[in-house]
Design a binder for this molecule. Structure first.
Ligand code: IPD
Ligand code: CA
Ligand code: CA
Ligand code: CA
Length: 268
């Protein structure tokens, strides 16, 4: 394993220990509401702090983009993109479906990624050009070729309802054209599941860079395609994302395309 990836794994496991300890008594946590239905606790912040402290010690010249602490040193060549707890709502309800997501971007290119599920001890990793792994075993996207035979993951809009009607139209078509839809509640794990071939595809509107950076690279390194709703590169910036095996990717784009409003297309 590349030393930078192995340090990211150590940081993710350290955050995992903080979260697991806190999960034994979620009832006692003080919950802050960032905006409607958007929660954060001291656990999200402590986990992010632990990751950044460790990586900053090792790489003092690097920049950081973390969900809870924002951007620092954003002009640096190396930027760590961190979601310390993806699936906070699940965590707060005692539902064991959440993860830690850490990606490294080098001059704009994603090079290393970790998505760690502390409940199952599932460690998904990837390095650009070196493939994707689950606990040291190589993973690949599924080989299904017909949308009708697939399980597709997604996330519902739950904070900002600007795109709710559009989303529901997309969902109706996806429900009719697939075997099943899943919404477990952690976008980074959803992407890892595409990489592992457990889902055949995934889409969601309006995610953030820290939700998709690590999972996106893991899907690509598992042989999948990641794009925005027109199949282009803007997914990391816009958070409008489709990820799937190559055969299913184009069928998902076709299914979504009649519903695209201008603001969901690739920015000009
Ligand atoms: C959320 C989860 C969820 C997705 C939301 C994200 P958070 O992240 O990934 O699955 O639907 O849009 O914001 O806030 O729990 O880190
Ligand atoms: Ca959040
Ligand atoms: Ca998240
Ligand atoms: Ca989070």
């Amino acid at each position: 394993m590349h030393p930078m990836l192995s340090n990211a794994v150590k940081a993710a496991r350290r955050a995992g220990n903080i979260i697991t300890r806190a999960s034994e008594d979620v009832g006692s946590l003080k919950i802050q509401t960032k905006t409607y239905n958007d929660f954060v606790t001291e656990v999200d912040k402590a986990a992010e702090g632990a990751i950044i402290d460790m990586l900053k010690d090792l790489y003092p010249t690097h920049g950081f983009l973390g969900e809870e602490s924002g951007e620092s040193n954003s002009e640096a060549d190396f930027i760590w993109i961190i979601d310390p707890l993806d699936g906070t709502t699940n965590f707060l309800h005692g539902m064991p479906q959440y993860c830690i997501s850490i990606a490294l971007q080098e001059r704009g290119v994603l090079t290393h990624a970790v998505v760690y599920d502390p409940n199952r001890n599932d460690l998904f990793t990837a390095t650009k050009g070196r493939g994707a792994f689950l606990n040291d075993k190589r993973i690949r996207v599924s080989q299904r070729t017909k949308l009708q035979d697939t399980i597709i993951g997604t996330g519902f809009p739950f904070r900002d309802f600007t795109h709710l009607d559009t989303y529901l139209d997309m969902l109706k078509d996806m429900i009719k054209k697939t075997t099943g839809i899943r919404r477990p509640g952690s976008a980074a794990l959803d992407l890892a599941y595409v990489a592992a071939g457990w889902y055949d595809g995934f889409w969601e509107i309006d995610l953030s860079t820290w939700d998709v950076a690590a999972g996106g690279l893991i899907v690509q390194e598992a042989g999948g395609i990641v794009g925005d709703f027109e199949g282009n590169e803007s997914w990391l910036k816009t958070g409008n994302i489709v990820a799937a095996n190559p055969k299913i990717f184009s069928q998902m784009l076709q299914t979504l395309s009649p519903h695209l409003t201008d603001d969901l297309k690739t920015p000009k």
